[in-house]
Design a protein around this ligand. Structure first.
Ligand code: FES
Length: 108
């Protein structure tokens, strides 16, 4: 299966402290803006699949609204005893757009 990266124009980036759900190529990516730093993760919670883009942002941590597990956007890991981890994707900024590199998952 061939996948391309996702291009997000500047006008479609989430606002500070916000999130935007991007659906492309059958992949749901949650793009967060934390203090001007963008983090892209798989929107599907690794616990039971709830949407993380609907979660509550607490600093660099997203709290899933379904059962309350938390995931650090910087490393994808959960500080909870579950040891679950969400898939992260690198982002790059090119001129007036942001590129989400979906074919390359960040290893921790
Ligand atoms: S589905 Fe996210 S914590 Fe259960």
């Amino acid at each position: 299966m061939t996948q391309r990266n996702i291009t997000v124009p500047a006008g479609q980036l989430p606002p500070l402290g916000g999130c935007r759900l991007i659906t492309e190529q059958c992949k749901n990516v949650a793009l967060f803006n934390v203090d001007g730093q963008f983090y892209a993760i798989n929107d599907c919670c690794p616990h039971q699949g709830a949407s993380l883009s609907n979660g509550r942002i607490e600093g660099h941590v997203i709290r899933c609204r379904a059962h309350g597990l938390r995931f650090d956007l910087a490393n994808g890991q959960s500080p909870n005893p579950s040891r679950l981890e969400v898939t992260r994707y690198p982002t790059e900024h090119l001129d007036d757009q942001t590129l989400i590199i979906v074919h390359q998952e960040i290893a921790t």
